[in-house]
Design a protein around this ligand. Structure first.
Ligand code: NAI
Length: 333
């Protein structure tokens, strides 16, 4: 069988460091994969005049799959985010972020195991803003029946496939009665197609409080784009931080796998970033590619290193640098 080609986007900041570490592990697994390197992010603007070159988007479309490091976006002004652009142009409508306690990583809770399913294409996060008159800005929150229904269906189908028991729709429909109201209506309709899965609803502010008090009672959360963005980081904090939470952006035919974390400018270039999140994202990628045994092998190696607890990076209180941590994962394969 011909090798499958994966587009590799290193990204900015710690992106190239965590990507190199992850590729070392993938190469050690000797998989039938080829890698095609493409650029995106703030650091390639001078070269291409954009943070998302067409050839990168075309390569992901052609290969159907990409592994991506984080890309930086300036706060206020500047170009629109390369991430938002990539998700829009490839219609990667769902973001999947499994949040699971990591062995030996001390946090307030030991058995968190939930999944954040975030709508990836619309809501305020689409950044549709304009100045009406100087001093007055309008930011558009677009919610559609089409996008809300397909993300709800994605959440239920994912739950069914993975033996999950409950889907919670998160909203602020008490205030945004029309937009979040429509999102909820779509979730309710789809929930009726899955009677075996429990369905309930939480208002976003209450959900945040409940998550901090006891995240173990949640299973699958489905949220519109901006709420999903914020709640993902909150959930990452519950299991040890951004260094250990993987993610995937999935469309009908294309998927881009990337960690939840950003470019970490405070530690970039120091060789100390934790590559676990991108490694776990590539476990999700192998699973999506149908390489289930290899995915399990890589997952078990990560679990083993954390369970032994001897080698860990600075963000989790350890002293290992990125290379030493990666060596330990490869040894555990
Ligand atoms: P960030 O995730 O880059 O950093 C937040 C904190 O977590 C920092 O203290 C950082 O050192 C730490 N951290 C993050 N990942 C880590 C890792 N793998 N190992 C150890 N420590 C880690 O978030 P921030 O500072 O809000 O964003 C920085 C840039 O990243 C911004 O330009 C933002 O737009 C971009 N970003 C990109 C994302 C993507 O491409 N998917 C996602 C989130 C942010």
């Amino acid at each position: 069988m011909a090798n499958r080609t994966v587009t590799i986007i290193n990204g900015d900041g710690i992106g190239p460091e965590v990507m190199a570490a992850t590729l070392r592990v993938l190469e050690a697994l000797e998989l039938p994969l080829d890698f095609e390197y493409k650029d995106a992010g703030a650091e390639v603007i001078a070269k291409y005049g954009t943070n998302l070159p067409d050839e990168t988007v075309e390569a992901v479309l052609r290969n159907g799959v990409a592994l991506k490091g984080p890309t930086g976006t300036v706060v206020g002004g500047g170009l629109p985010s390369a991430n938002v652009g990539l998700r829009k142009r490839l219609d990667l409508y769902s973001s999947l972020r499994p949040v699971k306690s990591v062995p030996n990583v001390k946090t307030r809770y030991e058995d968190v195991d939930l999944v954040v399913v975030r709508e990836n294409t619309e809501s305020l996060y689409a950044g549709l803003e304009h100045i009406i008159v100087p001093g007055v800005v309008e930011s558009l929150k677009i919610i559609t029946e089409k996008a809300s229904t397909r993300i709800a269906r994605f959440a239920f189908e994912h739950s069914k496939r993975h033996g999950r028991k409950r889907v919670t729709a998160v909203h602020k429909a008490n205030i945004m009665k029309l937009s979040d109201g429509l999102f909820l209506d779509c979730c309710r309709k789809v929930s009726r197609e899955f009677p075996e899965i429990k369905y309930d609803e939480f208002i976003i502010d209450n959900l945040c409080m409940q998550l901090v008090k006891d995240p173990t009672k949640f299973d699958v959360l489905v949220l519109e784009n901006l709420y999903g963005d914020i709640v993902s980081d909150l959930c990452a904090g519950l299991v040890g931080g951004l260094g250990v939470v993987p993610g995937a952006n999935i469309g009908e035919r294309t998927a881009v796998f990337e960690a939840v974390h950003g470019t970490a400018p405070d530690i970039a270039g120091k060789g100390i970033a934790n590559p676990t999140a991108l490694m776990m994202s590539s476990v999700m990628m192998l699973d999506w590619l149908g390489m289930r045994d290899e995915a399990k092998r890589m997952q078990s190696a990560i679990q083993k290193v954390y369970t032994e607890g001897k080698v860990r990076t600075g963000d989790l209180g350890g002293t290992a640098n990125t290379r030493e941590f990666t060596d330990a994962i490869i040894a555990a394969l």
